[in-house]
Write a protein that binds this ligand. Structure first.
Ligand SMILES: [Zn+2]
Length: 544
């Protein structure tokens, strides 16, 4: 009976949505893939290596939102379906002409490329199968594909679109793991005689790892599909210790509030410092993502007997393809030195925390840390600096949302306070955390504990004309860059009138997307105005 019901349920689900394309489906990215600060919220459908493939509406509904951005989804269409779901389609080349008209009118009226427009059910209704856009490679996309999400309309929850299309894509390939990371818990455990985390390849794990006290593990693994060279996120990870399940992750849905919980589930430091993704088989105390399940110890295992502990990982994809890895931990008694939690640099995950140094105040609100952390905080003084430089911690620690960091200014090389910003120093590079000035301090909202200082941006953006000989044909392009805080705004006027130019953040290129506005057969005056986040402005005049 149970099997009968589930087959029926599956048949019904398959009918909910038709595929967006009429050619065979293939994925370059799956749901829940690990990305910087977020899970991949949808699937990436390959478009046979080209842009311009028509996209069909996957179920009856209406266009409820259209966005245009220099990065991100580039051009995106949101369709609210009558069945309770909303589909989102990103990196589009072109909207349906009726939508295009509306978007363009707004762009000219407001002299802006970026738009975020909402529509009601009466404006752009689409029937299942009707074409509403062409797939492209716009925004933060590095190859033609359609990014498609399916969200529950009422809660906004992202769900796995692949579940509606499994009958159209073949997959018999199981996920594969390459490394296991061992995490001795601070002041409570050791691994291989040490207190630092330690990674082992699957091969190296044929020799049992010695450990004592409280430890956790994590795995580096990817999924694969038949007939593609891509790697994908692993839908399900289960960990068994001595045959008892201690942890399970199922990446099949999340709310946008939970998206940053990826930084609690994965090894954030490992990703930021070495671009390597490990999925913890441990629920850090501040991690509330519902798709993780663990025993009462949150997946932490206590090694308190001198014997072998049998660990087994089970990785599974949406199709049920499964692979397991077994290894042993050898319990070996080792002295454990507890850590001092009363230190002022010890931050508690379940309270608000404050760090006060000469000329600096950091407030970390309750709920912003996923775990306790003992900060390795340092003040780096430089008598010539605009401010001191503050190392809040030597390793990056993620915060769930922005927390205020105030840094006192010691020298004022310029009097215009809008030119100052809080700078993050990382891997020898400086990036802007923004910030506002008040009473001798710059305050910025930061989302990671790292190293910060105050810097000055007095350098206006650089505008470099490209392919000038072709400008007459309407193919007008520029490279626009900003050395410090980045490009905030740009406008291009031809013969005094605003003309729509697209800014693509992935290659810093500004290109004319509406050459019809420029009348042929005369000499044109063009003005390009670009500003950065500290209000520095570049104005360039050209004639063509
Ligand atoms: Zn995508």
């Amino acid at each position: 009976m149970g099997a009968f019901v589930s087959v029926q349920a599956q048949k019904k689900q398959e009918k909910t949505f038709i595929p967006p394309f009429d050619f065979p489906l293939s994925l370059s990215g799956n749901f829940g893939e690990l990305r910087s600060n977020h899970f991949h919220g949808g699937v990436d459908f390959k478009t046979q290596g080209v842009v311009g493939k028509p996209i069909r509406c996957i179920a009856d509904g209406y266009v409820s939102r259209v966005t245009v951005t220099p990065g991100g989804y580039g051009q995106a269409v949101y369709i609210t379906h009558h069945n309770g779901y909303t589909s989102v389609h990103g990196h589009l080349l072109k909207f349906h002409s009726e939508i295009e008209k509306m978007v363009k009118a707004y762009q000219y009226e407001h002299e802006t490329f970026a738009v975020d427009l909402k529509f009601d059910a009466s404006q752009f209704p689409f029937k299942q199968g009707e074409v509403f856009a062409l797939a492209g490679n716009e925004g933060y996309s590095f190859g033609p594909h359609l990014h498609m999400e399916i969200r529950k309309t009422d809660t906004g929850e992202y769900i796995d679109p692949l579940q509606f299309y499994t009958h159209l894509i073949k997959d018999t390939t199981a996920p594969r793991g390459t490394h296991v990371m061992f995490y001795p818990q601070a002041g409570e455990g050791t691994v291989a005689g040490g207190t630092q985390k330690k990674a082992y390849t699957m091969e190296a794990l044929r020799t049992p790892v010695e450990a004592w006290g409280k430890i956790a593990v994590g795995i580096k693994a990817y999924d694969y599909m038949d007939g593609t060279l891509n790697n994908y996120g692993v839908r399900s990870v289960k960990l068994y210790v001595d045959s008892i399940e201690v942890f399970r992750s199922t990446v099949d849905g999340f709310l946008s509030d939970e998206n940053r919980m990826i930084n609690a589930w994965t090894d954030y430091e490992e990703y930021v410092s070495r671009n390597s993704w490990f999925m913890r088989s441990q629920i850090l105390p501040g991690n509330t993502w519902r798709m993780l399940q663990a025993d009462e110890n949150g997946g932490v295992v206590t090694i308190d007997e001198e014997r072998f502990y049998h660990f087994r990982y089970e990785l599974q994809d949406l199709y049920g393809n499964k692979r397991t890895y077994s290894f042993k931990i050898k319990g070996k008694q080792t002295p454990i030195v507890p850590i001092d939690k009363s230190d002022k640099h010890y931050f508690h995950w379940n309270r608000g925390n404050v760090l006060l140094e000469p000329g600096m105040l950091l407030v970390v609100y309750r709920g912003m840390l996923y775990d306790d952390v003992k900060l390795n905080a340092k003040v780096l003084t430089d008598s010539l600096g605009i401010s001191y430089t503050y190392q809040l911690n030597d390793k990056p620690v993620p915060l769930h949302a922005g927390c205020p960091l105030s840094i006192g200014i010691r020298r004022y090389p310029v009097s215009d306070m809008s030119k100052y910003y809080v700078a993050r120093l990382q891997k020898g590079r400086k990036s802007s955390a923004g910030g506002t000035y008040k009473d001798g301090y710059m305050t910025a909202s930061i989302r990671e504990l790292g190293t910060y200082t105050v810097a000055l941006d007095t350098v206006a953006p650089k505008v470099v004309p490209l392919n000038k000989p072709q400008w007459k044909t309407g193919n007008i392009r520029f490279k626009i860059t900003d050395a410090e805080t980045g490009i905030k705004n740009y406008k291009v006027y031809v013969d005094g009138d605003f003309v729509l130019f697209k800014f693509s953040s992935k290659n810093a290129t500004l290109s004319c997307i509406d050459p019809k506005r420029i009348k042929k057969g005369k000499v044109h005056q063009m003005q390009v105005v670009v500003t950065d986040y500290c209000g520095n402005e570049t104005r360039e005049e050209y004639q063509f």
